[in-house]
Design a protein around this ligand. Structure first.
Ligand code: APR
Length: 172
């Protein structure tokens, strides 16, 4: 079983093979963790994002994941995923959030990623309630790790103490 860790800190400082970006479907960069990752990675990252084929639902449709290089970040890859915007929980948000975590890990497996850091996807600008997001994130990661044997370490990188406490509880 892979090691699962919960840390309070900046995802751009994590020394892992891949960091996950809570992106938007256009992969155009933004605020929050998306802004922090693009700032730390440099403009090369945006150039790579723009090369990802665009489609009717954007470069990275909600719930899916796309992988790029990491520019100046201390890791090999950035795995971008677009979380659901929370509209009350009755329009499939839970399944879409779960898909984000699952697809990021399956993509990590495909690229031989051995260590990966996740932010708390959708719990910022996209307004997803933190407690249920933490439960969905941890349950999906534990389930998907069975199909991603290459991944030996998962770090849930929380940026605030509320998320940190929720992830600690969910992992326990
Ligand atoms: N390291 C780790 N976590 C961070 C960092 C950071 N440097 N900066 C912010 N966060 C946390 C936020 O505190 C929040 O808990 O990441 C979590 C996700 O929040 P957002 O970044 O707002 O992402 P999300 O809610 O998924 O909304 C995505 O916001 O920035 C735009 O382009 C992005 O449109 C997309 C939307």
């Amino acid at each position: 079983m892979a090691e699962i860790e919960v840390v309070l800190g900046d995802i751009t400082k994590q020394k892992v093979d891949a960091v996950v970006n809570a992106a938007n479907t256009g992969m155009l960069g933004g605020g929050g963790v998306d802004g922090a990752i693009h700032r730390a990675a440099g403009k090369l990252l945006l150039e790579e994002c723009l090369k990802v084929p665009d489609g009717p639902k954007g470069r990275c449709p909600t719930g899916e994941a796309r992988i790029t290089g990491a520019g100046a970040l201390p890791c090999k890859y950035v795995i971008h995923t677009a979380g659901p915007v929370y509209h009350g929980g009755k329009s499939g948000e839970k399944e879409l959030l779960s898909s984000c975590y699952r697809n990021c890990l399956l993509l990590a497996q495909e690229h031989g990623v051995t260590s990966i850091a996740f932010p708390n996807i959708s719990t910022g600008v996209y307004g997803y309630p933190k407690e249920s997001a933490a439960e969905t994130a941890v349950a999906t990661v534990i389930e998907t790790l069975k199909k991603a044997p290459a991944v030996r370490k998962v770090i849930f990188t929380c940026f605030d103490s509320e998320n940190y406490a929720l992830y600690e509880k969910a992992v326990r």
